[in-house]
Design a binder for this molecule. Structure first.
Ligand SMILES: NC(=O)c1ccc[n+]([C@@H]2O[C@H](COP(=O)([O-])OP(=O)(O)OC[C@H]3O[C@@H](n4cnc5c(N)ncnc54)[C@H](OP(=O)(O)O)[C@@H]3O)[C@@H](O)[C@H]2O)c1
Length: 330
């Protein structure tokens, strides 16, 4: 089968189209013919993880070494990237009970990657389920990572109808679903993003959009029940005056400092810092599928690249050109 393989860390050029052995499903595994896979934050990070120092790493430092060991210390151990996919089940292992050949599915492989290829195998109990009937394979492939992460993190906040939420990083994979889920919960949503993506965030349903290159949201006098900071571009101390008295600051990317702030603010009254890791669960993807089929969530694709041009797709995303998700068609 054809796959995009990388054997050393580096710029997009390390991604090469190669012929590799087609995988065979084990007893409880599905053999999936991949039709589409997005270029996500995790793909870009893993492609050049050697350049990510513990300081640059967007999560707590103690997680850096296990991540580096998992990905491969000096060379990548998993040679095919692609953390999410949509496709069709071609065959099943002999003990598979939940799916059958011909099922149209979508799913998430997180750090197991492997979707930049014509085929992949995954356990039937993994994060995989039937694709939304009202989405193309390309649209469905872009959904799992950002939507389930946003869903899990927002669940912890118990958003109520009428609450005011600000999402700093509303145009990215997680932020674009956070905007839609917060609207679904009945919140009034302000999205913060760069100039090229203002219209994209509006089209997701945000009530207000702030362009971070023109305005600092911490200085406009507005206050929010929740500030969700996706990339850690702001901080609890900077946002304090923009939070209501019992407001919460959700640090989606966090370091030890935010964990200490979370522990400290949990002991004191008033504003709180929340940090959490989103687990990967098939049940969440099923819920997201139901919301998609009910017309509550959509996916907006910016550009499609054929598998052979995966390096080009990485370059396009890395250079910040995308307005919505970039998807590789296989
Ligand atoms: N807690 C968890 O369980 C969990 C799980 C997965 C990922 N993460 C973390 O989530 C992060 C990746 O999120 P993602 O996949 O959504 O990333 P992404 O798709 O790359 O989006 C990044 C967002 O940040 C915005 N941004 C860039 N510079 C900014 C600035 N100066 N001020 C405000 N916003 C700015 C971007 O806006 P423009 O593009 O418009 O400039 C974009 O909306 C990583 O740090 C990762 O560690 C956490």
């Amino acid at each position: 089968m054809k796959a995009i393989v990388y054997t050393e860390y580096g710029p997009p050029d390390v991604l090469e189209l190669k012929e590799v052995e087609k995988p065979a499903p084990k007893a409880r595994e599905l053999l999936i013919r991949v039709y589409a896979t997005p270029v996500s934050y995790g793909d870009i990070l893993a492609r050049n993880f050697k350049a990510v120092s513990p300081r640059k790493f967007s999560m707590p430092m103690p997680l850096w070494l296990p991540t580096r060991l998992l990905l491969g210390f000096s060379r990548p151990k998993r040679n095919i990237l692609g953390s999410a996919f949509a496709g069709e089940i071609e065959a099943t292992g002999k003990d598979v009970k939940l799916f059958k050949a011909g099922d149209k599915v979508f799913g998430y492989r997180a750090m197991n990657f492997g979707a930049n290829a014509e085929y992949l195998c995954m356990p039937e109990t993994g994060v995989v389920t039937i694709k939304p009937s009202n989405m193309t394979y390309e649209e469905a492939a872009t959904v799992p990572y950002g939507s389930t992460t946003a869903l899990n993190l927002l669940r912890k906040l118990n958003i109520q109808s009428g609450q005011k939420v600000l999402i700093n990083g509303a145009s990215g994979s997680i932020g674009s679903y956070a905007v839609q889920l917060d609207k679904y919960y009945g919140a009034e949503v302000t999205g913060v993003c760069g100039s090229p993506r203002v219209d994209f965030v509006k089209s997701l349903g945000a009530d207000m959009v702030i362009d971070y290159t023109r305005e600092d949201f911490t200085e406009n006098g507005e206050t929010y029940d929740l500030i969700m900071d996706i990339l850690g571009k702001s901080s609890f101390s900077r946002c304090k005056n923009s939070l209501k008295h019992n407001g919460k600051f959700l640090a989606v990317s966090f370091k030890m400092k935010q964990i200490v702030q979370m522990l400290w603010t949990s002991l004191t009254g008033g504003r709180k810092v929340i940090c959490a890791l989103s687990p990967d669960r098939a049940a969440d993807l099923i819920l997201i599928r139901e919301l998609i089929e009910a017309g509550k969530i959509k996916s907006i694709i910016d550009k499609r690249f054929p598998l052979a041009q995966t390096a080009e797709a990485h370059r396009y995303v890395e250079n910040g050109h995308n307005k919505g998700t970039v998807v590789i068609t296989v």
